[in-house]
Design a binder for this molecule. Sequence first.
Ligand code: NAD
Ligand code: ZN
Length: 361
Amino acid sequence: ETLYVELGERSYPIHIGPGLLRRLPLLLAECDIAPDHPLFIVTDEHVNQRYGSDVQQFLKDAGYKVGKSVVPPGDTSKSLHVLEHLVTDALHFGLDRNGVVLALGGGMIGDLAGFLSASYMRGVRFVQLPTTLLAHDSSVGGKVAVNHPLAKNVIGAFHQPVGVIYDTTTLATLPKRELTSGFAEVIKHGLIRDVTLLELLEEKRDQLVGLESPYIDRAILKGCRIKAEVVSRDEKEHGLRAVLNYGHTIGHAVEALADFGRLTHGESIAIGMVGEAMIGERLGTVKEDIVTPTKELLRAYGLPTTLPPYLAETDILARMYHDKKNRSGKLVMVLPTGWGQVDIFPNIPDDTVLDVLRQLK
Ligand code: NAD
Ligand code: ZN
């Protein structure tokens, strides 16, 4: 299945399906990347072990000149230090302005390799080859970055890929917890904009968790489509793009406060989506009961729906204010207005948030 992302005058394809890495040369050719363009693969050790040499071989067989750099797995590789190593490798390989960076991996690799391609020789083209479920979110939208010791993603750029080639067979080797966390973002995309995605998630749970084609491909496509639609209407995050943060105001605070490794990003935003649905219900932004079906859906995918008891409500609220997205001095939140529908609301009262957080335990 193929989806086209329209951004201003430009447009790029997102191909989603099983076995696409085998068809990589053909799909690259469709993006105007012929064998006279050097290709530089950036990947991490886990992904390289499973898919690195295959991808390299498919491309070499098709006549491409291919280089590769492998970084340690984990977010610590999203750093200026590792970026400099990649530049060294790219220079040794002979990557020139005609070259193309291939980001083979999850969101970490997409962000790192994407920022390499945004900055290397003032910008070269790049293609996303996502291998995690979360990457259905991170591979669309063109935000690329590395972290600084003081803050995440503060050294970055907006740099769109020329294409996304999503081989869904690669998801089979993803650790279970990574897969579960990825489903939290898929569910989020349904909750903010797409009842048909919510229906698919509810009705085909077993097939989706089992990564059966074409269900998983369809869920990813719907998720990517929502992200792409929102991003194309608000590429540089002036307003609308904030709806993508549903569940993230509480979620980010919970993720930051939970002991390291105790809650993943997906697990944290699952709890956040329940909390924000409850706040919506309290403030009357939504009339129907969406808290119950939200919880049911998240639980069906093995995601948590309550706060760990060791987190204090006041600490979570303080952390929410700390989030730079709330510039006005008052909390701004994305709240549900229906099943599969959200909007942005300013001036959220602290006591409502504290009340809900207390109830969320
Ligand atoms: P990740 O890329 O670190 O991958 C998670 C783990 O799974 C890693 O250990 C990796 O080696 C392993 N892995 C990846 N694919 C595998 C496969 N097919 N089989 C076996 N193991 C595999 O993490 P992620 O969750 O994909 O992404 C998180 C990153 O994405 C963060 O850095 C976050 O900041 C970023 N992000 C960016 C955006 C954006 O818009 N740019 C959006 C959301 C998240
Ligand atoms: Zn997220």
